[in-house]
Every structure is written in structure tokens, then in C-alpha cells.
Design a protein around this ligand. Structure first.
Ligand code: DQA
Length: 143
């Protein structure tokens, strides 16, 4: 099984950006964590990070016919991007949403997730572990 894992804007700044919210580990540590979690699950992963909405839409479209599912943390675009929602719906691949922080316990504007409307399940406020849970979920290893 092949999964595309997408990280949106500013997640490349992990470790520097608001460490009290997002933790002290950097983005390289997150990518290493995701690769290991996928490995343990017998899943192949393609990792993609972009600060650009259109690039994320392009990558979701690229996944059609190549990938078996998508794990996505659209970061701030979660709360604004109908284009990412439509791209996820267009390709129709099983998708799972991840947020490092508990978006529902933060500002009201973070409570709405457009991308989440096209996802089978959301893993919120679990830190890095949310990515492992999302990979295991799409691989059918847990509910
Ligand atoms: C985030 C939560 C978003 O609200 C925020 O804009 C992010 C990261 C998270 O992983 O907790 O950039 O998606």
C-alpha cells in the first residue's frame, strides 16, 4: 500500500514556530517519525510539504491512480481552502486528517475544517502520534 502524506504551510518551521503549541521537535524529526511509522506498518510513503495552496492541490491530483490514500495536515489551509476540499473529493482517495494541536480547543476560526469534510477520520491534538494513527487507520490496522 502507498500513502501520500501532505503537510501544509509553516509545518516546515516546526521546532522554531510556537514550540509551546507545536513542540520542540523539528520538521526533519516529524518526517523521520512518519517514515518509521509507515515502515512498521508495511506502508510505502511519499512525503510532501508545501506552503502553497495550489501546489498542494496539484499534489493531491498527482496522487490519483498512483496512491492508495492520503494523510493530510493542511495546516492553516484547513480552515480556508475549498480548493483542497474539492481536490480531495475529486480524486476520491480515502483520506485522513491530522492536526498536531487540539484545534477544537483553540480559536473559533480553527474549529471549521474544510479538508476534514472529505476525510474519513480526523486525528487531532495527538502530536506526532496522530500521523502514526492516521497511517495505521488507512492501512486498516485500527478503527
Ligand atoms: C495545525 C493547526 C492549524 O490551525 C494551524 O494553522 C497549523 C497547524 C496543527 O497541526 O495543529 O498550521 O494544522
Amino acid at each position: 500500500m502507498k500513502l501520500l502524506v501532505i503537510n501544509g504551510p509553516n509545518l516546515n518551521m516546526l521546532g522554531i514556530r510556537e514550540p509551546d503549541i507545536y513542540g520542540k521537535q523539528d520538521f526533519a524529526a516529524l518526517e523521520a517519525f512518519i517514515r518509521q511509522a509507515a515502515d512498521e506498518c508495511g506502508v510505502e510513503v511519499e512525503l510532501f510539504q508545501s506552503n502553497h495552496e495550489g501546489a498542494i492541490v496539484d499534489k493531491i491530483q498527482w496522487a490519483y491512480g498512483k496512491m492508495d490514500g492520503i494523510v493530510i495536515n493542511p495546516a492553516a489551509y484547513t480552515h480556508t481552502s475549498v480548493a483542497i476540499l474539492d481536490a480531495l473529493k475529486a480524486v476520491g482517495l480515502p483520506a485522513a486528517e491530522v492536526h498536531l494541536s487540539d484545534v477544537n480547543a483553540r480559536e473559533a476560526f480553527r474549529h471549521l475544517s474544510y479538508a476534514g469534510m472529505a476525510c474519513k477520520k480526523s486525528f487531532i491534538g495527538m502530536g506526532f502520534e496522530g500521523y502514526r494513527a492516521a497511517i495505521r487507520y488507512l492501512a486498516g490496522k485500527e478503527d
